[in-house]
Design a protein around this ligand. Structure first.
Ligand SMILES: Cc1cc2nc3c(=O)[nH]c(=O)nc-3n(C[C@H](O)[C@H](O)[C@H](O)COP(=O)(O)O)c2cc1C
Length: 263
């Protein structure tokens, strides 16, 4: 099993310390796991410029593609990803937010359908949960199949030593995450991901603005034509109907609404 760990904070601090404990527990359960670490602060990824090249022409035209593609490939090559993100003002640290901005095109063209994530956050007093929730709301949009969350109140700015209780919780969540990844089981997607999958598909193929404002989305979606979610991911009959309804709404909207990417 290959696990990629992101340090999404600016230093190796409280959250990283807890993440190392999670890593140790996973190693205890299965010493064959291979871990790979990316310290985002060391990558010097410039800020997303908002050029929208990734949406319009494809992510390979991003001005920071040379920094991003190796990371995108590493996520692809690993079975699961751990995101270590301290709570800054109840949200993700800027370094992590900047990284997710570079990945925003995946909300239009998702890909990591079989990946699972564990999101770890520590906070001084409050809002570790809003930090993990913020990322857990984004990752399914990139395709992630399941997100586990570990928000911990450290009651410390720089010198957190995880308590017995925190370590027990870390062990419990980490074990559930590991067993799920090991099982290889894919979970049935929630309605929250059926909406973009079916809406984008409907609005990108044969839409009103397709000829005037072609985007990479138009090249991406035909391969999923007629599918209510990604192949190989289990669906119930109810979810298929919901997906189909969303698709029909998208078809209607695409005849009326033109979203222009004109520059
Ligand atoms: C820029 C900044 C913003 C912070 N915002 C919050 C906050 O909104 N709520 C809180 O309780 N603690 C806040 N803290 C404290 C950190 O969340 C806490 O110390 C955390 O454990 C730091 O993790 P780290 O050492 O991995 O960076 C903040 C700290 C910094 C440096």
């Amino acid at each position: 099993m290959k696990i990629l760990i992101f340090n999404g904070g600016p230093h190796n601090g409280n959250t990283w310390r807890l993440t190392q404990a999670a890593k140790k527990y996973m190693k205890q359960i299965d010493n064959t796991i291979k871990f790979y670490e990316i310290l985002l602060s060391e990558i010097d990824l410039p800020f997303c410029t908002g050029c929208s090249n990734c949406f319009r022409k494809g992510h390979k035209t991003c001005p920071h593609h040379d920094k991003m593609q190796p990371i995108i490939n590493m996520i692809e090559e690993c079975d699961a990803v751990i995101f270590s993100v301290p709570c800054f003002q109840g949200h993700l640290p800027g370094i992590m937010k900047n990284f997710t901005d570079h990945m925003a095109f995946m909300l239009h063209r998702p890909r990591y359908f079989r990946k699972k994530a564990l999101i770890i956050s520590t906070t001084g007093g409050i809002s570790a949960d809003s930090t993990t929730k913020a990322l857990a709301a984004t990752l399914p949009g990139w395709g992630f199949n399941k997100c586990y969350q570990l928000p911990i109140t450290a009651l410390s700015w720089n010198a957190y030593h995880p308590t017995k209780k925190d370590l027990q919780r870390t062990y419990d969540v980490t074990k559930r995450f590991y067993l799920d990844v090991k099982s290889g089981k894919a979970h049935i997607p929630g309605i929250g991901v059926l909406i973009p999958f079916n809406l984008f598909q409907a609005m990108c193929v044969g839409n009103k603005g397709e000829n005037d404002f072609p985007t990479e989305d138009n090249n991406f979606w035909p391969k999923y034509k007629g599918m209510r979610y990604a192949p190989g991911i289990p669906m119930t009959a109810f979810k298929r109907v919901i997906g189909w309804l969303i698709y029909q709404i998208g078809k209607k909207l695409s005849q009326k609404i033109v979203i222009t990417y004109k520059k």
